[in-house]
Design a protein around this ligand. Structure first.
Ligand code: SAH
Length: 211
């Protein structure tokens, strides 16, 4: 059992500052969230290291620096309704829930989705709607979203997700297979502008069938 996570979470925040994260609201959330609750108890002693960790079903909880980087990118825009693809542990979802009024999250593995839902409830985060579904399809009935954040690597940018962005909206998404790049895509009417921000490493955004 981790008793005093606050000190460890603050040290993680310091490390993220050194790595270039500057958004104080994002840092404050990471410094106050119990990341150890988002993983198997046997790994909890590593929860405040800057590393991705296995969460079962062949998936991982993303590295804190990547969560902070993607959240900071999103926060540069005025987002009040955000869609996350790939709930996984729910940690990124919880970070978003503390910063953004309305959060939607889609996960294809039912067991992970169930656990994430329980964790968010335990933390009193009630502004999140979750769905067991295929992220390639997004969540059309709840669209449009001012922000979309994809936490698994897509072999190409999913067309459905582009269509679910609001005018002026922003999508943060890792794209590629062997070699992946983090993309920021902005929508201006029917026109999309994309920027590549460098190499990243994510589990794949699996096409099709649910698990
Ligand atoms: N944000 C999560 C990242 C988990 S890893 C965290 O930090 O815990 C990526 C997640 O995307 C996995 O849980 C995986 O099951 C999910 N995923 C992969 N392909 C998907 C798809 N097509 N639709 C929805 N979720 C998907």
């Amino acid at each position: 059992m981790i008793q005093n996570f606050q000190g460890m979470a603050r040290r993680l925040g310091q490390l993220l500052r050194k790595e270039g994260i500057t958004n104080e609201r994002v840092l404050a959330v990471i410094e106050s969230l119990p990341r150890h609750l988002f993983m198997p108890e046997s790994l909890a002693h590593k929860a405040y290291e800057n590393t991705a960790l296995p969460i079962g079903n062949g998936q991982t909880i993303s590295q804190p620096l990547m969560v902070a980087t993607m959240t900071q990118l999103l926060m540069q825009h005025d987002c009040s309704k955000v869609l996350e693809i790939g709930t996984g542990s729910g940690y990124q979802t919880a970070v978003l829930a503390r910063l953004i009024p309305e959060v939607y999250s889609v996960e294809r593995i039912a067991e992970l989705q169930y656990q994430a839902k329980r964790r968010l409830k335990q933390l009193d985060l009630h502004n999140v709607k979750m769905r067991h579904g295929d992220g390639w399809q997004g969540w059309a009935s709840r669209a449009p979203f001012d922000g979309i954040i994809v936490t698994a690597a897509a072999r190409e940018i999913p067309e459905q997700l582009l269509q679910q962005l609001s005018d002026g909206g922003v999508m943060i998404i890792p794209v590629g297979e062997q070699r992946q790049q983090l993309y920021v895509v902005r929508r201006f009417g029917d026109h999309f502008e994309q920027k590549q921000l460098g190499d990243v490493r994510f589990v794949p955004l699996v096409p099709g069938a649910l698990a």
